[in-house]
Structures are given as structure tokens and as C-alpha cells.
Design a protein around this ligand. Structure first.
Ligand code: HEM
Length: 495
């Protein structure tokens, strides 16, 4: 009975479209279910599970326009790749849009309140807590990162055996992020106990958690349908791991503070940056709050640069001409000078990362929710060039995968990997947004670029030949960040 009523209701002529539609609205992606858009959610889920979600999103923009909406009973969800609307939401009207209404309910049980899940004062406070650690680490290639790179290169097969670099990059960046976030100091409690969760188990659970959060995020109010095996089971392991280190830091705080003041008296020697955990333990005794801040920092620092490296090697292994030019370019770079300013990014290398991030942005899309009644400046009306009124609670999803494929900005060959395009193409900050934009743009951008440059230079200087060992194309697997479902399978030959 309920099912029949539901279908009669949802197929009735007075759908949300007729209720909401006015001449100044955006074009609409039609749905047979104006309450929850279950049909569209299922269609998108299926495309996503087949790793076709991103190309399918491009087709929809071509079909409906640069900004279109999904009409739900109460509030539409707006999808956009229009620079003018993105500039308004991320730039001029940024404080009228927030992330908390959609992210916090989906992610709070995993990572609580922090800079990734909140707006306003809580976001500002979290950002202020993180900034000193990120600022300090932006000045040079961190020692822990250099050690992780050396270890990574030593362990790579170098005789042409096929290797998938994607999980290895992930592990390497995890190790360096762990040290940067948790510190290299004591990993054992005074009673001799060690963390009950291994690094490998943590990493697997962390990535599972990201995937689970991604699905919860996508399902919105239907998130309760996501089975626990995709969420709570992973979260529990991540929490156990973090809680061990938080407890350790809180109990060691007094000693660390006195060590720190000793370091402060060591004359001209530069102070070593503290770990984020040490900084946090300095500011609060709240173990759960510290755990959540750490998980959110780990989300930002670990997954992202690893995905950039994996995508870039995937592309380079298929473009031997670029690889050869890059090898020449970096041959004389001295990587022992590891201050970020000293490791000046060579031009082609810089363009290579820009192009990799254009084709495969790590965050293929980001969302915002209108916190107040506001307007979007473009895309409404019969000619799709009028402003549209938007009421508080409306969700907007900006699609950077599509934004970076705008032929008016990047040329007709947008699907090509062509780093040299960056010699002529100079998109403005709202046409190319791999690191977001405006007030909430990436705090780690400089560090990510520097680490990636350092690692790629080392790889190019170590291996004389890098060949692709996989004919499949890039297939976007969107967790919270987007990865290639086919990994990065290559053969490496040491010089
Ligand atoms: C290739 C690597 C990276 C990419 C593509 C990337 C991308 C982004 C993007 C798109 C945002 C904006 C999120 C939003 O608007 O909701 C962001 C924010 C942020 N990123 Fe990154 N990121 C990278 C690496 C890093 C690293 C290594 C760190 C830390 C060491 C970091 C720290 C942050 C922080 C703290 C924020 C939040 C800033 C705020 O809320 O004000 N990111 N990142």
C-alpha cells in the first residue's frame, strides 16, 4: 500500500518541479521521485560503482547546462561548473554558504568537529590550532619525509617487475604524515604497552572510513542505510589507533613541555617543528577533541599528495616524451638542499603537476549549503544568464572535474595530458581550483607541491626507465578524495 501510494504520489503531475519552478530557476534534471530523488541517487550510485560517475557528470552538464538543479520536495540541490557561480559561493559570498549542514551529520561519528566539518567559530578555532604546524612545515622538506622517500625508493623493485605504485605512495605518505602529526617521539607507553593497532591495519581502516563517509555523504538523509561494516567497523579501528597516541601525548605533556623549553634555549639553532599532537595536547585536555582534530588533519595531509603522485606517475608512464624531457630538466637538481625555496620547482615539472591536477583533481567536487537566503548570479531564466534566488538550506555541488574541462579556458584538447598547455593557458583562480579557493582554500598547498616535486625528482634521478604496465584507462573511484580504481601499475628500471 505504502509503495503504491509512494509511486502514485511521485508520478503525480504536481511534482516538485511544478511546485518550485519559476522562470528564473535553473534547468532541471528530471526525477520520478520529487521527495528524495531516489531514482537519481541510485543512478548516480551505480555509475559511481562502475567508476563512470565523473564522465557521466560531464554528459549531464552538456545536456542541462553549466548549472542545473535536482528538484526535491523541500529544497533543490544545485550542480554547477559555472565559474561565475563558483566565484560567488567560494569568493564574494563565501560566508553565506557553509559546509557544516551537510558534512557534520555524515562525518561527525568518525571525526567529530574540526576544520573539515564545521563553519564559524569552531572552524576558525580548529584552523588556528593547525596553522602553526602547517606553517612551520611549509619552510622545508621535512626530515621525516626525506627518510620516508629514501625508504620508499630502496624498497621498490627496480628490474622491470610490475609494481602498483598507488598503495605504496599511500603507505609512504601515511608514514611521513604520521610523524608530522603524531611525532617521532616515544611510541611506547611507560608500562611498555604499544599501540594495539598496526600501521597497516590503521591505514586500511582509514581508507575504508573515507569510503564509508563518502557514501554517507552522498546518501544525505538516507545515510542510515549504509551498513556498519562500511563505517563503524573501520571507525572503531581508527579511533583505537589515535586514542593510544593521544593518551600517550597527554601523559607525556609535562615532559615534552620541559623539553620544548630546553630547545628554546639552544641559542641560534632553529627550533624543530612540534608535531600537531604536541601542539594540540598543549591547548586542551579533551582526548576526543584531539583525536578528531588529528583524524581531520590526517585526511588533509595523507591521502591527497599520495593521490597526486599516483595520478602523475600514471600519466607520465604513458607519455615517454614528457618523461624524457623531465629527466633532462631535473638531472642537475641537488636534492640535499631541501628548503622549499631552494628546491625551486622546475618549469616542466611544475606544469606536469598542474596538468595532472587539472585532469584528475583530487577533490573532484566540493559542496556547500546556503546558510541564509541568497542568490547565485548566473544560469537562470530562458537564456541561462540570469541570477537565481536561493533559499537557506539549498545544497550546491561544484564539479571541479568538469570545471577543469572547460574548452573555452583550456582548449579543445581538454582530455589530453599536455603539460605544455600551461605555457599559454593562464586560468583565473575560479577556473582552476585543485586546492579550492577563497577563505577555505588549502593550507597545505605549498607543502604538497614541494613534497611532490622532491619525490618526483628523486624518482626521475633513480630510475632511468619507467614504463606503464596497464592498458586500462583512469577510472575515478571517489571516496572523499578521488583515486584511480586501476591503480598505477608500472615497471621501473634503476639507472
Ligand atoms: C595535492 C595535495 C592536496 C590537494 C589537492 C588539496 C586540496 C584541498 C582542497 C580542495 C581544499 C579545500 C576544501 C574545501 O573547500 O572544502 C583543501 C583544504 C585544506 N587542506 Fe589541502 N590539499 C592537498 C594537500 C594538503 C596537505 C599536504 C595539507 C597539510 C599538510 C593540507 C591541508 C589542508 C587544510 C588544513 C585545509 C582546510 C583549510 C580550511 O578549512 O580553511 N592539504 N585542500
Amino acid at each position: 500500500m505504502t509503495v503504491v501510494a509512494y509511486f502514485l504520489f511521485t508520478r503525480a503531475p504536481w511534482t516538485a518541479s511544478t511546485l518550485h519552478h519559476s522562470s528564473q530557476d535553473f534547468p532541471e534534471r528530471p526525477s520520478v521521485d520529487p521527495i528524495f530523488n531516489i531514482d537519481l541517487t541510485m543512478e548516480d550510485m551505480m555509475a559511481r560503482m562502475r567508476y563512470r560517475g565523473l564522465p557521466a557528470s560531464l554528459v549531464r552538464f552538456r545536456k542541462y547546462g553549466s548549472t542545473y538543479q535536482l528538484a526535491k520536495w523541500f529544497k533543490p540541490t544545485i550542480h554547477t561548473m559555472d565559474m561565475i557561480n563558483i566565484q560567488s559561493v567560494w569568493g564574494s559570498r563565501w560566508n553565506e554558504w557553509g559546509i557544516q549542514p551537510s558534512r557534520l551529520p555524515a562525518m561527525a561519528p568518525f571525526c567529530g568537529k574540526g576544520f573539515i566539518t564545521t563553519d564559524g567559530p569552531v572552524w576558525q578555532r580548529s584552523k588556528a590550532l593547525l596553522a602553526p604546524s602547517f606553517r612551520g612545515s611549509n619552510k622545508y622538506i621535512h626530515e621525516s619525509f626525506q627518510t620516508a622517500v629514501t625508504d620508499f625508493l630502496d624498497k621498490l623493485p627496480s628490474d622491470g617487475e610490475t609494481v602498483d605504485l598507488q598503495p605504496l605512495f599511500s603507505l609512504m605518505f601515511f608514514k611521513s604524515a604520521r610523524e608530522f602529526l603524531l611525532g617521532a617521539a616515544a611510541l611506547v607507553k611507560t608500562d611498555g604497552s604499544i599501540c594495539p593497532v598496526s600501521d597497516a591495519a590503521f591505514l586500511e581502516a582509514f581508507q575504508g572510513s573515507m569510503r564509508g563517509c563518502g557514501i554517507r555523504f552522498m546518501l544525505g538523509p538516507l545515510r542510515f542505510l549504509v551498513p556498519k561494516v562500511l563505517t563503524f567497523n573501520h571507525w572503531r579501528i581508527v579511533h583505537q589507533y589515535m586514542d593510544f597516541y593521544v593518551e600517550l601525548a597527554l601523559s607525556n605533556r609535562a615532559t615534552e613541555l620541559s623539553n620544548q623549553s630546553d630547545n628554546g634555549m639552544t641559542g641560534n639553532k632553529p627550533q624543530k617543528p612540534q608535531s600537531l599532537l604536541q601542539n594540540l595536547a598543549h591547548h586542551t585536555d579533551e582526548a576526543v577533541e584531539i583525536r578528531h582534530q588529528l583524524i581531520q588533519a590526517m585526511m588533509a595531509a595523507q591521502d591527497t599528495t599520495a593521490a597526486l603522485m599516483s595520478n602523475t606517475l600514471f600519466l607520465l608512464a604513458r607519455n615517454q616524451a614528457i618523461l624524457a624531457r623531465l629527466r633532462d630538466e631535473v638531472a642537475s637538481i641537488n636534492t640535499s638542499k631541501c628548503r622549499v625555496e631552494e628546491l625551486k620547482s622546475p618549469r616542466l615539472l611544475h606544469n606536469t603537476f598542474s596538468e595532472s591536477l587539472r585532469l584528475y583533481p583530487i577533490f573532484t567536487g566540493l559542496g556547500r549549503t546556503a546558510l541564509v537566503d541568497t542568490i547565485l548570479p548566473n544560469g537562470g531564466g530562458p537564456d541561462r544568464d540570469q541570477p537565481v534566488r536561493v533559499t537557506a538550506g539549498t545544497k550546491l555541488l561544484a564539479n571541479f572535474y568538469a570545471l577543469h574541462r572547460n574548452q573555452d579556458v583550456f582548449g579543445l584538447d581538454v582530455e589530453e595530458f599536455r603539460p605544455d598547455r600551461w605555457e599559454q593557458t593562464h586560468p583565473n583562480i575560479w577556473q582552476y581550483m585543485p586546492f579550492g579557493g577563497g577563505q577555505r582554500s588549502c593550507l597545505g598547498q605549498q607543502r604538497a607541491r614541494a613534497d611532490a616535486t622532491f619525490l618526483l625528482v628523486k624518482i626521475l634521478q633513480t630510475f632511468g626507465k619507467i614504463e606503464s604496465r596497464d592498458d586500462s584507462g583512469w577510472a575515478g573511484d571517489t571516496r572523499l578524495t578521488t583515486w584511480n580504481a586501476n591503480g598505477c601499475k608500472v615497471a621501473l628500471f634503476r639507472k
